[in-house]
Design a binder for this molecule. Structure first.
Ligand SMILES: [Ca+2]
Ligand SMILES: [Ca+2]
Length: 194
C-alpha cells in the first residue's frame, strides 16, 4: 500500500508479484484542499507465460523454434502451480527453465546450454523466473519439507538426483547438498519467521 503524496502525475510500482491482482485508488491535493478518493481500479500482473511471450522475440533464441518450446515448459510449470504441485514446479524452473537463461547472471555472457542468446533478453526474463521461484518457496514454507536435521542427514551427499532430491534438502536441485542449499534454506527460514 502506498500512502503518501507525490508531485508527479504518474507512479510506477515495483516488486509486484506475477499473476496477482492489485487494487488502486488515488486522491489529489492542492495546497490545503484535497479531492475525494477516486473509484477503485484494479489490474492483474502478467503470468510468467504472458511475460515471456510478450518480452521475448523468437530471434532472441538460439533457434527461433525454441520460443514455442520455452513457452510450453512455462505452461507446464503454471499448470503444476495451479494444481498445488509446488515442488515439481520448482524443480522444473530450477533444472530446466532457469538454466536456459542464466549465463549472463552467472558468467556475464550466455553460456553453452542457454537458449536465449542475448543478455538483454536474459536480463528481462531471468528476474521474473527468480520471482516465481521466490513465490513458490514462500508458498511451500521450507520447514514443511525439510528441517536442519535433514540437512545433517544429507550433508555433502552428491547423488541427490537418485534419492528424491536428498529428502528435499537439495534446494537448488544441483544434485548435491552443500553450502548453497544451506544458504537458500536460511534465507527462507528467516523470512518465514518474520
Ligand atoms: Ca545456462
Ligand atoms: Ca544443491
Amino acid at each position: 500500500m502506498l500512502a503518501l503524496y507525490i508531485i508527479d502525475t504518474s507512479y510506477k510500482f515495483t516488486d509486484l508479484q506475477l499473476n496477482q491482482q492489485y487494487f488502486y485508488r488515488v486522491k489529489t491535493r492542492v495546497q490545503t484542499s484535497q479531492s475525494g478518493w477516486s473509484n477503485i481500479q484494479s489490474s492483474t500482473q502478467n503470468t510468467l507465460f504472458d511475460a515471456a511471450d510478450n518480452l521475448l522475440d523468437a530471434n532472441n533464441f538460439k533457434d527461433p523454434n525454441q520460443k514455442d518450446s520455452f513457452l510450453e515448459k512455462i505452461q507446464v510449470v503454471e499448470t503444476m502451480i495451479e494444481q498445488g504441485n509446488y515442488h515439481p514446479a520448482l524443480k522444473k524452473l530450477y533444472n530446466d527453465i532457469l538454466k536456459k537463461t542464466d549465463g549472463c547472471e552467472n558468467e556475464g555472457a550466455p553460456d553453452k546450454n542457454d537458449w536465449l542468446i542475448t543478455c538483454e533478453a536474459q536480463n528481462q526474463i531471468y528476474p521474473l523466473i527468480m520471482e516465481t521461484i521466490d513465490y513458490l518457496m514462500s508458498q511451500m514454507g521450507p520447514y514443511d519439507l525439510i528441517s536442519f536435521s535433514s540437512f545433517a542427514e544429507y550433508w555433502m551427499n552428491t547423488d541427490c538426483a537418485t534419492s528424491n532430491d536428498c529428502g528435499g534438502t537439495d534446494l537448488d536441485f544441483s544434485g548435491s547438498v552443500d553450502a548453497t542449499d544451506l544458504k537458500i534454506f536460511c534465507n527462507y527460514w528467516l523470512i518465514g519467521n518474520d
